[in-house]
Design a protein. Structure first.
Length: 340
């Protein structure tokens, strides 16, 4: 039976006692064709995120001293379409039941108990740590003997109490969350300046939406481009409703979604390094860089006008065309909501 290249690489690597870092170095020394390979690349190959070209596959077979005709060609890494059952199996295996992830911040589920709903967290009377609640819930899932059903997962991913909270999916799999939290100005400044860790956000840091406050964007695991785009639009709608009370918008996010959100608001992201309070962060085999960004709402609007998005030009955009859902689309929504 044909084997996938990622399975072959992982099997041979482990059989010979190599770590991903060690095998990447060994490949680079073995052949000029394999130079420039690092541990991130190895991780991507083994997780079937990407595949090396044929010439590299053959060189790697030579490195392991296998007969080319016995293992090549490899089976394609990805199937064209995954069923719902396969997606759920992936979620259960790699997320809910993963020992590697149980110590990290997890899902933001919409439980009927309401402990995890944003509207309920805003009215908490105790100074409970917001993200600790999420973490504890993840642990309870991991330790529970109850089966996690498809209906339960769909409930988490589809229903939500707040439009400022979005679940991200990739190829039908859970991929993280983006959340915009209304926090006090003092808490916002501490978060942006890395003086307050996200894991230490608690009820006392959350603001009442009818009083002056800021929107702090929290990124859990990662955020897809679509989720980041939708979050921006929801923020626009939120600002239109509470325009007199929202002072600043910003966040400290993982590189991809953080940079995307920052640039959507015409802000220059500031890199704050690969470490947080608890040390370096790795996501899907890669060390994650973090960026921070923040600006006054009025300054963001001024930038939109400075980029010459006049009413006539904005009105000419086809907001139903997915190909035009870029920065101009976000600014169009901002302009429309804010001046409505």
């Amino acid at each position: 039976m044909l084997e996938r290249f990622g399975d072959y690489l992982k099997r041979k690597r482990k059989a010979q006692g190599y770590t991903q870092e060690m095998i990447a170095t060994a490949f680079s020394r073995f052949s000029p064709i394999l130079t420039g390979i690092d541990a991130v690349t190895i991780s991507r190959w083994e997780r079937f995120t990407t595949e090396p070209p044929v010439n590299r596959q053959k060189e790697i077979i030579g490195f392991f001293k296998d007969e080319l005709s016995e293992v090549f060609p490899f089976m394609p890494a990805k199937t064209a379409l995954q069923s719902t059952e396969q997606s759920v199996e992936y979620l259960l295996k790699h997320y809910l039941n993963s020992t590697k992830l149980q110590s990290k911040i997890g899902t933001y589920p919409e439980q009927c108990i309401n402990n995890y709903e944003l509207k309920s967290l805003l009215s908490l009377t105790t100074d409970e740590h917001l993200l600790r609640l999420i973490l504890d819930y993840d642990h309870s899932i991991f330790q529970s003997e109850n089966n996690v059903t498809l209906a339960t997962i769909q409930q988490w991913l589809i229903t939500g109490c707040s439009p400022l909270m979005l679940a991200c999916t990739k190829l039908g799999h859970y991929f993280g969350h983006l959340i915009a939290l209304p926090v006090t100005l003092e808490a916002f400044q501490q978060l942006i300046n890395n003086e307050l860790a996200e894991a230490d956000i608690c009820a006392s840091h959350l603001a009442v939406v009818n009083e002056p406050h800021c929107l702090y964007i929290v990124s859990l695991y990662g955020g897809s481009r679509l989720a980041a785009s939708l979050l921006i639009l929801q923020i626009m709608s939120y600002v239109s409703q509470y325009r007199d009370n929202v002072q600043k918008i910003g966040g400290l996010c993982a590189t991809s979604d953080g940079v995307r959100l920052a640039k959507a608001f015409h802000l220059q992201p500031k890199f704050v390094g690969p470490t947080v309070a608890n040390g370096s962060v790795r996501f899907q085999g890669r060390e994650v860089q973090f960026v921070t960004f923040a600006a006054n709402v009025t300054d963001i609007l001024a930038r939109a006008i400075a980029y010459k998005f006049t009413p006539n030009k904005l009105a000419s955009l086809n907001i139903h065309d997915p190909n035009q859902q870029r920065v101009s689309y976000f600014l169009y929504q901002f302009y429309k909501y804010y001046l409505a």
